[in-house]
Design a protein around this ligand. Structure first.
Ligand SMILES: Cc1cc2nc3c(=O)[nH]c(=O)nc-3n(C[C@H](O)[C@H](O)[C@H](O)COP(=O)(O)OP(=O)(O)OC[C@H]3O[C@@H](n4cnc5c(N)ncnc54)[C@H](O)[C@@H]3O)c2cc1C
Length: 595
């Protein structure tokens, strides 16, 4: 048994606690039901039900006028291996203490709190007084060892890991459900040397080199912590094994990135990101994590440089209160949904649209800065594709043309989809950009779609008989350079050579040689942000002088700035949620236990 603020923790459950009608008594006790002016309780037997981990949990409590005589759990569906100690010891402890202010059982917090909550209900039915009841609902301050802000994959991973180390954990999520961006995605995980992707497909050394190759595209590794990338790689097989131990089953696949192997782990049953979230949520609850939905962190509590908890607003109960904690883990994601922050940190992003979840509004980053955290110097989009502002019925994935900027010059390897947009955002004058097609090297369906758009006076599609005329119509500044770049690009089409300017393999080059020609104006789409607040490899949040801020940890998209440079590579973001979440959870648990 572990000492904790059980009365405070159980209080939130009271809201969902249903009592059966009046006392469920046998006839022999009815005379004693008359209120006694001398007694604490109206003697009798009462029942109440509260939400346990796996469903309703019902208790029956017998009172004399002066005492709690007996507490019995009469119905429950908890997992025996986890809950048996709580089911046995807590009723006895309540009778002994004559109070529900008793310790909960570590690892069975939800079950413990359900018993306490239902007994509190019975005490009230019997006319007794419950001290500290309904702290969450009434907006009273509560305490725990670790509070996690944000219920995406990083927060769930951190909370579960900390609880598995024996810590008392509350997770707050401002939306009505956990999951964050993972609810919107296939959540493919890049990992290798697992039971699904063996070393014969790709070794971890090859994975490391592939990530470095993709993330520094067109840039350097100046912004990257290669130790941290190596750590991601080294942990990747263990993360898959861990997730499998929680019940996930994976199959391997690839995505259409240049040089990508079959190294993406996706849930074999096709349940994608939501499937991963459901398993992580269940595991966290089973481990005793208390999840508070519709509860938004609005400030971090700071005591002379040590973070001591958070202030939250419960949008359902309309209350504001503090959660005092020995450690706080920030896992609130990025800020792609916050226009002001996007303009503040990456002005060119006004050209982009986002697919990130609506909770990605970044206020927790500002809250962290207010207690001394520092930002990664390099903030950019987690880019994931292109779109036009209007639908033109063009299957662009199947029709990768040559990409040029507003000068008319090629600027990237068109087959590194995730890199193109990141670079563009770092060079504002490149966005929007143009995809150039001819009329014989793409499908006739796509030619028809482009012609229809032109006939419809769609401003995003420009058509001309020659490349020179196209450049002039599209207002591309360097006409000669434009023509020369496209000649170079087309010259290797169908060969085993690389294009001389950006290295697109000849078998992937879609030649631009036969008029009429088309230019389509496109914009980047992002799936989130890269940057956020600085942490070290253990998940401790760093101030501007590289000192760890006592009691403050972070994981996931809120702190991914030293993993990427000019480019992103798919599958590493979810991997990072699990790896960094687990690291932060373990570090915070060690901190609160004094190890
Ligand atoms: C369409 C799409 C496809 C993707 N596909 C892949 C993929 O295949 N592989 C891959 O690796 N990555 C992929 N990603 C990226 C990846 O899904 C995300 O980077 C990752 O899920 C982020 O997880 P997170 O836990 O760090 O943050 P989030 O998922 O953003 O979770 C943060 C949570 O914190 C909550 N929160 C925010 N502020 C507060 C507050 N003040 N108080 C309380 N709660 C708060 C939010 O509501 C949210 O639920 C994709 C992203 C998208 C959008």
């Amino acid at each position: 048994m572990k000492k904790c603020c059980c009365m405070l923790l159980c209080a939130v459950l009271l809201a969902g606690c249903t009592s059966t009608s009046a006392p469920a008594t046998d006839g022999t006790t009815s005379p004693e039901m008359t209120p006694s002016t001398a007694g604490i309780y109206q003697a009798g037997t009462y029942t109440a039900t509260a939400d346990g981990n796996n469903g309703p949990l019902t208790v029956q409590v017998t009172f004399s006028t002066s005492a709690i005589e007996q507490v019995e759990v009469t119905e429950q569906s908890e997992t025996e291996s986890i809950a048996s100690e709580a089911l046995e010891s807590i009723p006895a402890a309540i009778v002994e203490a004559q109070s529900t202010e008793v310790d909960t059982v570590s690892g069975a917090t939800v079950t413990s709190n359900a018993i306490l909550s239902a007994v509190n209900d019975c005490i009230e039915q019997a006319g007794g007084t419950v001290e500290s009841e309904s702290a969450f609902a009434q907006g009273e301050d509560v305490s725990t060892q670790i509070v996690v802000v944000g219920g995406g994959l990083a927060g769930l991973s951190a909370a579960l890991s900390a609880a598995n180390q024996g810590s008392e954990v509350i997770l707050v999520e401002k939306q009505g459900q956990v999951g964050g961006s993972a609810l919107l995605t296939g959540a493919g995980i890049y990992a290798t040397e697992t039971d699904v992707v063996p070393a014969s497909v790709e070794t971890q050394d090859e994975m490391y080199e592939h990530i470095l190759d993709m993330i520094d595209d067109g840039g350097t590794l100046d912004h990257v912590d290669t130790d941290r990338i190596r750590h991601l790689v080294d942990e990747s097989d263990d993360i898959i094994a861990w997730l499998e131990s929680l019940g996930m089953e994976f199959s391997a696949g690839s995505v259409g990135i240049l040089n990508a192997k079959e190294h993406y782990h996706s849930l074999a049953d096709g349940s994608s990101g939501p499937g991963q979230v459901a398993i992580m949520e269940e595991a966290a609850k089973e481990a005793g994590v208390q999840i508070l939905l519709n509860t938004q962190c609005v400030a971090l509590l700071d005591d002379n440089g040590t973070v001591t908890g958070i202030t939250v607003e419960d949008s359902n109960a309309n209350t504001t209160y503090n959660i005092n904690a020995q450690a706080v883990i920030l896992a609130a994601g990025g800020y792609a949904q916050n226009e002001e922050m996007m303009r503040r940190y990456m002005p060119a992003s006004l050209y982009s649209t986002t697919l990130a979840n609506i909770g990605a509004t970044g206020e927790v980053i500002d809250q962290a800065l207010a207690v001394g955290a520092s930002l990664y110097p390099y903030q950019f989009m987690l880019a994931c594709g292109t779109s036009t502002d209007v639908s033109i019925g063009l299957n662009m994935a199947a029709a990768t043309g040559a990409f040029v900027n507003s000068n008319g010059r090629r600027f990237c390897n068109e087959h590194r989809l995730w890199q193109i947009d990141a670079e563009m955002v770092n060079n504002a004058d490149l966005a929007p950009y143009y995809v150039i097609y001819d009329s014989t090297h793409i499908s006739q369906e796509n030619v028809a779609a482009l012609d229809a758009a032109v006939a419809d006076h769609n401003p995003y599609v420009i058509k001309a008989d020659t490349l020179e005329e196209l450049a002039r119509k599209a207002d591309l500044k360097d006409v000669e350079g434009f023509v020369q770049d496209l000649e170079n690009y087309s010259s290797v089409a169908g060969t085993d050579q690389l294009d001389p300017d950006f290295g697109v393999p000849g078998d992937r080059v879609v030649a631009v040689t036969d008029g009429p020609f088309y230019a389509v104006i496109v914009y980047p789409i992002n799936a989130g942000t890269i940057g956020g607040i600085r942490t070290n490899i253990s998940g401790e949040v760093l101030d501007a002088e590289d000192n760890a801020i006592a009691g403050l940890y972070a994981a996931g998209e809120i702190s991914n700035g030293d993993l990427y440079d000019n480019g992103y590579i798919s599958g590493t973001s979810v991997l990072n949620c699990y790896v960094a979440g687990r690291d932060a959870g373990n570090s915070a648990a060690a901190y609160v236990s004094g190890n």
